[in-house]
Design a protein around this ligand. Structure first.
Ligand SMILES: O=C(O)[C@H](O)[C@@H](O)[C@H](O)[C@H](O)COP(=O)(O)O
Length: 232
């Protein structure tokens, strides 16, 4: 049983996105004011697109903000399943166009082979990450930590920043930030939309087995604050 998560429920997705975009913008600007630069890790998938649109319009010092992804499918950055494509089309727009983005995919043929290069590409990021925004799948995965995937143990236990994953339940080989990387953050948000995700979230809280629902690796820890933002 996992206790004490901060859970914020909103009447609709617009209210959720407005509040989450305000929080993230404030935390990034605070980081720039105190340390000169800030870092933001975002997730792909369908949930965060409107959040990205709103965030891109915030008036903060984006030129000092370093942005990357929690995970990426090992496909070209113009392909429809690319998370980088979503970030470029929705977040790195408007005022946020001046942010410094590093994607996770590189020219290596496989994620396994490209992992070290991705780690080097992120070496200059301010860490701990200031803000991490995670999503969750209805199987309880977050990032590309898929339940029962052979690579899950490595993604959850390596001290390296990234791990390669080939899920059996989702398309594409992937690269994902590791648990070590994600938890080395000042603030994590878990962005959930829809009743199906709420039910999965409750199932995740009810037990401790991380291999069955890897989101528990985030919800069941006390090192890094996690705020869950939910709307039906
Ligand atoms: O690349 C990805 O797929 C993700 O980063 C992944 O972890 C995502 O956040 C969840 O699968 C939720 O996806 P949806 O928002 O599409 O439901």
């Amino acid at each position: 049983m996992i206790k004490d998560t901060v859970f914020k429920s909103f009447d609709n997705t617009s209210a959720l996105e407005a509040k989450l975009a305000d929080n993230i913008a404030r935390q990034l600007q605070d980081a720039v004011d105190s340390r000169g630069k800030a870092s933001l890790v975002v997730s792909g998938g369908s949930t965060p697109l409107k959040l990205f649109d709103l965030l891109s319009q915030k008036s903060i010092d984006w030129a000092q903000v370093y942005i990357t992804l929690a995970d990426e499918r090992w496909v070209g950055s113009h392909e429809k399943d690319s998370n980088e494509r979503l970030v470029r089309g929705h977040l790195l727009q408007n005022r946020a166009a001046s942010a410094k983005f590093s994607g996770l995919k590189n020219m290596f043929t496989t994620a396994e082979a490209g992992c070290d290069m991705t780690i080097s590409a992120l070496a200059h990021f301010p860490r701990p990450f200031d803000v991490v925004v995670l999503g969750m799948g209805t199987d309880g995965h977050t990032c590309s930590w898929f339940p029962c995937s052979e690579a899950l143990d490595n993604a959850l236990n390596t001290q390296a920043l990234c791990a390669a994953v080939t899920p059996t339940t989702a398309p594409h080989e992937r690269i994902t930030l590791s648990k070590t990387a994600i938890l080395n953050s000042r603030q994590i948000y878990l962005h959930l939309v829809g009743e199906a995700k709420l039910s999965v979230y409750h199932q995740a809280l009810a037990h401790d087995d991380v291999s069955k629902m890897p989101i528990r690796a985030v919800l069941g820890q006390r090192k890094t604050p996690v705020d869950v933002f939910y709307s039906a």
